[in-house]
Design a protein around this ligand. Structure first.
Ligand code: 5AD
Ligand code: SF4
Length: 513
């Protein structure tokens, strides 16, 4: 910290308690309270309070003057979007972004807890950051995101990673100015993790990544408690944003020229279930959003259990609602699904797929699958293979089961050796690759509509973008088409992407109201 920055910090010091108590006093903790899965599990149906009064206390303004921040994001789109919010808060405080840790005054790791290897990457990165902190003790290193919600992780960091200056949870993001402020003043690690989920805070600032595609939260948390999953504990109970706030955000993005919006929630199909005063649900929201003049609306992620007929009916209206649904199945065996507490059977899933295909004949389905769940037999795994073929998924994200401390599955005795799990994953991945290649073949010779995102990651002379069904397409075209919808004639179909020739820019008709 240089002298000027130190002065800035001291200037804000006297007002800390007051400003913190002003808006969110009931939650304010300067004293360390460990996050607790036990506490998180006890949650009930507490009422959600909506706040529209987020503002950066004027006494914190200028805190970032002459300072730079760097955020590394792990995990899902929800985390990516949280990073956009934190970048917005940093910008509000006067910090500049940087894309190298060496250049940063504040480094945040926005972490993911979904599997052990995601966590190991973070601990590895903290190890790499230690020499940097030793060379420059004035930099602040913070751990936030889903791992910070785990008691065991916080304890491990406290014990072994003294290079960390602050830990804050997924419900504490809006408290970033206060947390930074405290970290500048304190020699101790600053920890602020609420076990109980936060309220909904509407007007948080955001610095979005790019100006073509945007993420929009529609709900937070998850109440499903699948036995393998840490998310209900790290992200708290289900709470939906009000429709008018979502609609306004999407309208605003459309007016700013964004071409695609992805609606985010851990289980978007449960949208609105927590509303006590109305029965407005996800289908109603999609029906309202499709009337907004923005070319593409996606959503992720779906739970088959809550995927109702009204939603199918609305999605079938098409327009800007894309004909691609990501529908995680996890397993093809009803017995395994039961122990996973997925609350549907193989038959129910297949029936849902049938209904979707009848209503949207052109639909593309993709999925998530876990192999090697505790005691999964060969026969049960075989049922996953047959279900995969029967549904005809385009793509799947496949994972070996990873025990997560505090979840019910982590306590199950598991008699399946890791070697067997790995073999199963390989077999499944071979099928996934083969079927992806098959799904790509029919594209050869056709013309597809592509939203151009920019240069291809592999070849800067080539542009890349995605179709409505989320297929990656590479082609040569003038740089001026970036951000536009273009027609591309497919010349080659590969396993994971398509190559094509640029035909022209799509002149979109206005979406019908
Ligand atoms: N082990 C392995 N995979 C998991 N997933 C969630 N929890 C676990 C776990 N404990 C997978 C699921 C989910 C995806 C995001 O991650 O397939 O849909
Ligand atoms: Fe990872 Fe789940 Fe947290 Fe996303 S919500 S960052 S997938 S643990």
């Amino acid at each position: 910290m240089n002298e000027e920055q130190r002065l800035d910090t001291e200037l804000v010091k006297p007002s800390l308690e007051k400003s913190a108590e002003k808006d969110y006093s009931q939650y304010f903790q300067t004293v360390y309270t460990a996050p607790s899965l036990k506490e998180a599990k006890k949650r009930g149906k507490e009422e959600i309070t909506y706040h529209n009064d987020f503002e950066i206390d004027e006494r914190f303004q200028g805190m970032g003057k002459g300072r730079k921040f760097y955020i590394r994001t792990y995990g899902c789109q929800m985390n990516e979007h949280d990073t956009e919010v934190m970048a917005g808060i940093f910008a509000g405080l006067g910090y500049e972004p940087t894309d190298t840790v060496e250049d940063a005054n504040v480094i945040l790791l926005n972490t993911c807890a979904i599997r052990e290897n995601a966590e190991n990457k973070v601990f590895g990165e903290l190890g790499h950051l230690k020499p940097l902190k030793q060379r420059n003790p004035d930099i602040l290193i913070g751990v936030c995101g889903c791992m910070s919600q785990e008691e065991s992780v916080v304890n491990k960091i406290l014990k072994t990673y003294d290079q960390v200056d602050m830990i804050f949870g997924t419900h504490n993001i809006h408290r970033l100015p206060h947390i930074l402020h405290e970290a500048y003043l304190s020699k101790e690690m600053v920890i602020e993790v609420w076990s109980k989920e936060g309220d909904i805070i509407e007007n948080l600032p955001k610095v979005r990544h790019g100006n073509i595609k945007a993420w929009v939260n529609i709900m937070y948390g998850c109440d499903k408690f699948c036995t393998y999953c840490i998310v209900p504990y790290t992200r708290g109970k289900e709470r939906s944003r009000r429709p008018e706030d979502i609609i306004q955000e999407v309208r605003h993005l459309a007016s700013q020229g964004y071409k695609e919006v992805t609606l985010l929630g851990q289980n978007v199909n449960a949208y609105g279930k927590d509303f006590e005063d109305n029965d407005y649900r996800f289908g109603d929201l999609m029906d309202d959003l499709r009337k907004i003049d923005i070319p593409r609306i996606r959503f992720t992620t779906s739970h088959p259990r809550d995927f109702d007929d009204h939603l199918i009916e609305v999605l079938a209206k098409g327009g800007n609602l894309v004909d691609h649904i990501h529908l995680p199945v996890q397993s093809g065996s009803s017995d395994t699904l039961k122990i996973m507490a997925r609350k549907y059977t193989r038959e129910h899933y297949l029936e849902l797929v049938r209904k979707i295909r009848v209503a949207i004949p052109n639909v593309t389905l993709t999925t998530d699958i876990i192999v090697g769940f505790p005691n999964e037999t060969d026969e049960q795994f075989e049922e996953t293979i047959t279900l995969y073929k029967e549904v005809g998924f385009d793509i799947a994200y496949t994972y070996i089961y990873s025990p997560r401390e505090g979840t019910p599955a982590a306590k199950m005795v598991d008699n399946i050796p890791m070697e067997v799990k790995k073999e199963r994953l390989q077999r499944l991945n071979k099928l996934v690759n083969d079927m992806s290649a098959e799904a790509m073949k029919p594209y050869k010779g056709t013309i597809v509509e592509v939203l151009v995102e920019g240069e291809s990651k592999k070849n800067s002379k080539v542009l890349a973008g995605y179709t409505e069904k989320n297929k990656l397409v590479n082609f040569k075209a003038p740089q001026s088409v970036v951000g536009k919808l273009v027609n591309i004639k497919i010349t080659e179909a590969k396993t994971w992407s398509l190559d094509g020739e640029f035909i022209g820019v799509v002149e979109k008709e206005k979406v019908m109201l």
